[in-house]
Design a protein around this ligand. Sequence first.
Ligand code: SF4
Length: 225
Amino acid sequence: MAPNKVTQEANRERARRVLDRLTEAYPDARCSLDFKNPLQLLVATILAAQCTDDRVNLTTPSLFKRYQAPKDYVAAPDEELQEAVRSCGFYRQKAKAIKRACQTIMDRFDGAVPGTMAELLQLEGVGRKTANVLLGECFNTPGIIVDTHCKRVSARLGFTKSAEPGKIEQDLMRLIPEARWTGFSHCLVFHGRATCQARAPKCSRCCVRDLCPFPDSREGKKAAR
Ligand code: SF4
């Protein structure tokens, strides 16, 4: 077998072991946004840009009560919708993106959030990350969700050398079995929040420490300061 084929196969095996450990460590790993249908999840993911999921979950109950269909968002006066999402930050841009996405859903998709990557990418405010959240949660189509935790933790685990979301997604898709892409993404988020944190990862109590190529590297730097 060629050397880089051996490396790739070894990496796949290591990635699967990491995934098994993380799945065991975080059995409740799931999407942290509250929603009951694809439209609610679409709106919540747009609001979640540069905002915490907890903050979004505090904002959406009254929002979802007031606006239940794409036509409701489209018909809402701009200032009213902006006020309703103000607490999530960047409220003017987010309100605009929600209205435009809903207009496209009405114009091109008969009022229903579409269920393919190509269609979702036609909606304002929806990139591959948001589309993969929707596909995985609402349409039973697994996807790698490249958010800030996924970027950081997958780099530390040596699963990617890239900082570019599209390339990271491709690298991880090659390592993880397709059926587990969405679950893997949620596990990385939970691990990133609980243990492999940005500033001071808790390597000494990490469940994948023995599978990580760079344990203690950031902890060591912090201790040396
Ligand atoms: S050992 Fe440290 S750097 Fe590696 S995954 Fe665990 S917490 Fe992150």
